[in-house]
Design a protein around this ligand. Structure first.
Ligand code: B12
Length: 144
């Protein structure tokens, strides 16, 4: 029996987005923060995240979008997760989610409306995000 108590999370940059630097940083921060991180890298489709989450029994999917097409790429992600049996999975999204300078509250509302649990700006404190994710996993999956 495995004694590894780390929660598994799936990480990647969605759509046709090839910005790779932030992804490498996120992988490192979350790995060092105590998670088992399945990193899909750049240009990831919704179904690729979901396939990986199903295969690894992941508790959360962390979506990055930097190139301005985040809204289009993320549309329907929560519904797709539910369709494929991941009703409870935690969905985080972050990066330059929309084109240009748009008020964060507006962007947050838009992505929460799509079913994302938390929405982060590029300036988010990643240690704080590690903490929040541990709390969210504990709350949503208390038995594990
Ligand atoms: C380098 C770069 C490129 C390189 C990428 C090389 C590579 N393979 O990585 C190249 C030249 C290829 C490129 C191309 C393009 N780029 Co570019 N690029 C950049 C640049 C200058 C730096 C990106 C970077 O590495 N940042 C450093 C990392 C550490 O920061 P980060 O990516 O933001 O990630 C951090 C945070 O966002 C946050 N984060 C990210 N995701 C998530 C998720 C979660 C859950 C959380 C908590 C946090 C989080 O944490 C990360 C780590 O600290 C930015 C401008 C900028 N200063 O950000 C533009 C920028 C991202 N690019 C931009 C654009 C428009 C493009 C192109 C569309 C340009 C074009 N017309 O061709 C293409 C898109 C190509 C594609 N298919 O993806 C725009 C996006 C505009 C928008 N969203 O409104 C930016 C912001 C430039 C600008 N000001 O206009 N780009």
């Amino acid at each position: 029996m495995s004694t590894d108590k780390r929660s598994t999370i799936v990480l990647g940059v969605i759509g046709s987005d090839c910005h790779a630097v932030g992804n490498a940083i996120l992988y490192r921060v979350f790995t060092e923060g105590g998670f088992n991180v399945v990193n899909l890298g750049v240009m990831v489709s919704q179904d690729e995240y979901i396939d990986a989450a199903i295969e690894t029994n992941a508790k959360a999917i962390l979506v990055s979008s930097l190139y301005g097409q985040g809204e289009l790429d993320c549309e329907g992600m929560r519904e797709r997760c539910i369709e494929r049996g991941l009703d409870d999975i935690i969905l985080y999204v972050g990066g330059n989610l929309v084109i240009g300078k748009v008020d964060y509250a507006q962007t947050e509302a838009k992505f929460k409306n799509m079913g994302f649990d938390r929405v982060f700006t590029p300036e988010s404190d990643l240690q704080e995000v590690v903490k929040l994710l541990k709390e969210d996993i504990q709350e949503r999956f208390p038995e594990q």
